[in-house]
Design a protein around this ligand. Structure first.
Ligand code: WT7
Length: 650
C-alpha cells in the first residue's frame, strides 16, 4: 500500500496565536469550554440532545447502533430533511424570511426565495419528479451548473425520498456516465448550458453523449439556462424544467423517511480508477451538518451566509443547502467565476448582500492574494464577522492575508477539516472558545475523537507525524459505499481494526493538542481543493493509443496546492513532442473533465520501479518537489532516477 511509502513531514511552521476577540466571545453561541468535557463524557446523550433541534415524526428508540464498521444513528426515528429545511420554518413564522439568494454570473441577474417561495418551488419540482415516475428509493442524478434549480432539486428529492446524486458540472460525459451507471439512475436533471467568464458554455451536448451509454436513464429534465434554440428534445424522454413544473400543485406531502434511509450519494475519487459512491443517510446527517453549521459559523438569526463552493461537491451539500437551511439561515449561491466581470466579484457580492459569514477555500484565497488587495479594498467588507476555510491546509501566509485584508483583522477564521465521507466538519475551532494558530484546523468538534497513529496503530506523542484516525462514530458519517460494502471496509476500517476510521491524511498533533493536517498519504491528489485519483488519470492516459505506461504525481503549486504531472512511456518507437503532450492533456481532460488535465507530460523511456514492478511514485513526487530522491537501492532501475532528474530540472 502507498501509505508505507510515504514520508510524512511537517510543512507548516507555527507562528502567532489569535485569541477570540472579547466582544466576539461574549456574544458567541458557544463560549463555555465545558462543552468539550460534557460531550466527551456524555457522548450519545450529547448527540441525542442535538438531534432534538430537528422535527421528527417519530422519535428514535436508540441513539446509536454500532456494529463496527456499520453504524445506525437514531434507530427507528422518522424524519424528512426537506420538511426540516423549509416547512417547519414557515410554520414557525419565518415564511417571509429569505432562504436562498442566487447570484447569476451576468451582473444584475439574481433571484431570491423566501422560505414560503422555496417551499412552493420544491413542491412543484417534487410533484414533477413524481409525474416522471420517480418513487421513494430511486436515485436521481443532477448534472448542473450553479442554478437555483439545483438546490431546489436536492430538497425536492429529499421530500419524496428519492436519493440524489449530484455530479459536478465540470466533469466529462465519461465521468458522468460512470456515475449514472453505478447508481442506476432513471432520471437525469441537466441544463442546456451555463455562463462562465461571460461566455456561454454548452452542457446539453455532454448530456447527450452521456445518454448514449446510460440505458438506465428513462427521463431527462432540462433547465433552459441559456434559452438555446438550437437544441431539440427527444419526445417521451426529455422535458424542459419549466414545462414540468408549470401546472404542478404547491402541496407535496413530505415522505416520512427512516433516519437511516439514504439521503444522497456523492461520488468521490479513491485510489483505484472507479469512483466511490459515498452513501449518506438522513437523521444523523442533518443533525451533524446543522449543529456544526450553527456552532462553527456562530450562526445568528440575521446572518447572511455565503459558502462559495459548488453544490457538485460535499461542501455545497452540507454547507450551502442542508446545514444552513435546516438552521433557517439565509444562504447564498453564486453561479460564476470570481473574476467576472472583474477580479472584485466576490467582494462586490459581499458588499451587495451585506454578507456576514464567508466560507471559502485556500486555493481561492491564494488567487485573491495574487490579484492584490486593491480589489477587496475598494469594496465595503465591514459586515463580515467570521471567515471559514476548507479543502486543504491553509498556509499561514494566506491565513494572515485572509484575516487582515478580508476580515479587517477582526474576524475569527475557522479552518475546518472534514471529508466527503465524514459529511460534516470534524476538526475545527469553535470561534468563541478556540485560540487560533494559522495553518491548524485546531481541535476535534465536541463529541469527536481524533488521534494520530503510527503504522502499527500506536497513538503518537506530540509533534510526531502519522496518520489521522477517528476513534468513534459520528452522526453524519458515511454508512457505506453504494453497492460495495467490501470496499467500504477495506478503504476506511481496515488499517487499525473495524472500529477505527482511517482518513487517508497525514497529520500531527502539537503540544497543545492542535491538529496539523499535512495532506493525503495515498494516491489521491488534492488539486485546488478537489480530490482527484492519480489512478483515474493514469488509466485515462494509457487509454490513448500512443501511451504504453503512465504515472501521475502531484507537483507543489503556489495557487492550487498541487497540480498533476504525468510521466509517460510511449508505445514502440513513438517520440514525444509538444503536439503529443497537448493531445494527451486534452485526452485526459476529455475522459475526466478539465480539472483532471495534467499540468505537464514528461516523456520517458522508463519509470522508477521496484523489483516486483511497482511504480515508485514517491520518487517522482520528490523530483517534482525539487527534493532528493532518497533511497533508490530497492529499485530495479535506479539509473532512471538520474535521467529523470536531469529532465525535470530542464
Ligand atoms: C480531503 C477531503 C471537506 C470538503 C472539501 C474536500 C483535505 C479538507 C482540510 C483542512 C487540511 C483539508 C484532506 C481531506 N482537507 N479540509 N481544513 N485542512 N486538509 O472534500 O474532496 O472529500 O477531500 O481534503 O486531505 O482528507 P474531499
Amino acid at each position: 500500500m502507498a501509505k508505507k511509502e510515504s514520508h510524512i513531514k511537517t510543512t507548516m511552521e507555527e507562528g502567532e496565536i489569535y485569541h477570540p476577540p472579547e466582544e466576539f466571545k461574549k456574544n458567541a453561541n458557544i463560549n463555555d469550554p465545558g462543552i468539550y468535557k460534557y460531550a466527551e463524557e456524555n457522548y450519545e446523550e450529547f448527540w441525542a440532545e442535538k438531534a432534538e433541534r430537528l422535527d421528527w415524526y417519530q422519535k428514535w428508540d436508540k441513539v446509536l447502533e454500532w456494529d463496527a464498521p456499520f453504524a445506525k444513528w437514531f434507530v427507528n426515528g422518522k424524519i424528512n430533511a426537506s420538511y426540516n429545511c423549509i416547512d417547519r420554518h414557515v410554520e414557525n413564522g419565518k415564511g417571509d424570511k429569505t432562504a436562498l439568494i442566487w447570484e447569476g454570473e451576468p451582473i444584475d441577474e439574481s433571484k431570491s426565495y423566501t422560505f414560503s417561495e422555496l417551499k412552493d418551488e420544491v413542491c412543484k419540482f417534487a410533484n414533477g419528479l413524481k409525474e416522471l415516475g420517480v418513487e421513494k428509493g430511486d436515485v436521481v442524478t443532477f448534472y448542473l451548473p450553479m442554478v437555483p434549480e439545483l438546490a431546489i432539486g436536492l430538497l425536492a428529492c429529499a421530500r419524496i425520498g428519492a436519493p440524489h446524486s449530484v455530479v459536478f458540472g465540470g466533469f466529462s460525459p465519461t465521468a458522468l456516465a460512470d456515475r449514472v451507471q453505478d447508481s442506476d439512475s432513471k432520471v437525469l436533471v441537466t441544463a442546456d448550458g451555463y455562463y462562465r467568464r461571460g461566455k456561454k458554455l454548452n452542457m446539453w451536448e455532454n448530456a447527450l453523449e452521456t445518454l448514449e451509454n446510460t440505458p438506465s436513464v428513462e427521463k431527462v429534465v432540462v433547465i433552459d439556462r441559456l434559452n438555446r434554440e438550437d437544441i431539440s428534445l427527444t419526445e417521451g424522454r426529455d422535458t424542459y424544467y419549466h414545462d414540468l413544473v408549470e401546472n404542478q400543485s404547491l402541496e407535496c406531502e413530505p415522505e416520512k423517511m427512516d433516519a437511516e434511509d439514504m439521503l444522497f450519494l456523492m461520488y468521490t475519487s479513491g485510489t483505484t480508477g472507479k469512483p466511490k459512491g459515498v452513501q449518506h443517510t438522513t437523521g444523523g446527517y442533518l443533525t451533524g451538518t446543522s449543529l456544526t453549521h450553527e456552532w462553527v459559523f456562530d450562526i445568528k438569526e440575521d446572518d447572511i451566509y455565503w459558502c462559495t463552493a459548488d453544490i457538485g461537491w460535499i461542501t455545497g451539500h452540507s454547507y450551502i443547502v442542508y446545514g444552513p437551511l435546516a438552521n433557517a439561515t439565509t444562504t447564498i449561491m453564486y453561479e460564476g467565476s470570481p473574476d467576472y466581470p472583474e477580479k472584485d466579484r466576490f467582494w462586490k457580492i459581499i458588499e451587495k448582500y451585506k454578507v456576514t459569514k464567508l466560507y471559502t477555500a485556500p486555493t481561492a484565497i491564494r488567487l485573491f492574494m495574487k490579484w492584490g488587495r486593491k480589489y477587496p479594498d475598494t469594496c465595503d467588507l465591514s459586515t463580515l464577522k467570521l471567515l471559514g476555510s476548507v479543502g486543504e491546509p491553509i498556509n499561514p501566509k494566506a491565513w494572515e492575508w485572509y484575516h487582515e485584508v478580508i476580515g479587517g483583522g477582526k474576524c475569527p477564521i475557522v479552518d475546518t477539516w472534514w471529508q466527503t465521507e465524514t459529511g460534516m466538519i470534524l476538526i475545527t475551532p469553535l470561534p468563541g472558545i478556540t485560540s487560533l494558530k494559522p495553518g491548524s484546523a485546531t481541535k476535534p468538534f465536541p463529541g469527536i475523537q481524533a488521534d494520530i497513529y503510527d503504522a502499527a496503530g500506536n497513538s503518537l506523542p506530540p509533534n510526531q507525524g502519522g496518520y489521522l484516525v477517528l476513534k468513534r462514530p459520528w452522526p453524519a458519517m458515511l454508512r457505506t459505499l453504494y453497492n460495495d460494502s467490501d470496499r467500504y471496509k477495506k478503504t476506511y476500517w481496515n488499517e487499525y481494526g473495524s472500529d477505527i476510521y482511517f482518513a487517508g491524511d497525514g497529520a500531527r498533533q502539537d503540544e497543545d493538542g492542535y491538529f496539523w493536517v499535512v495532506g493525503r498519504i495515498d494516491d489521491v491528489l488534492n488539486v485546488a481543493g478537489h480530490r482527484l485519483s492519480t489512478m483515474e488519470m493514469e488509466s485515462a492516459l494509457v487509454d490513448h493509443p500512443a501511451v504504453a505506461e503512465a504515472a501521475v504525481v502531484g507537483k507543489p503549486d503556489d495557487l492550487k496546492g498541487h497540480v498533476p504531472v504525468a510521466y509517460v512511456i510511449l508505445e514502440g518507437e513513438r517520440e514525444g513532442s509538444d503536439e503529443l503532450e497537448k493531445e494527451l492533456r486534452a485526452h485526459v481532460g476529455k475522459i475526466i473533465g478539465p480539472i483532471g488535465k495534467p499540468a505537464a507530460v514528461n516523456f520517458t523511456r522508463d519509470l522508477p520501479k521496484t523489483r516486483s514492478g511497482k511504480i515508485m511514485r514517491r520518487i517522482l513526487k520528490k523530483l517534482e518537489a525539487g527534493e532528493e530522491a532518497g533511497d533508490t537501492s530497492t529499485l530495479r532501475n535506479p539509473e532512471i532516477v538520474e535521467e529523470l532528474k536531469k529532465q525535470v530540472s530542464n
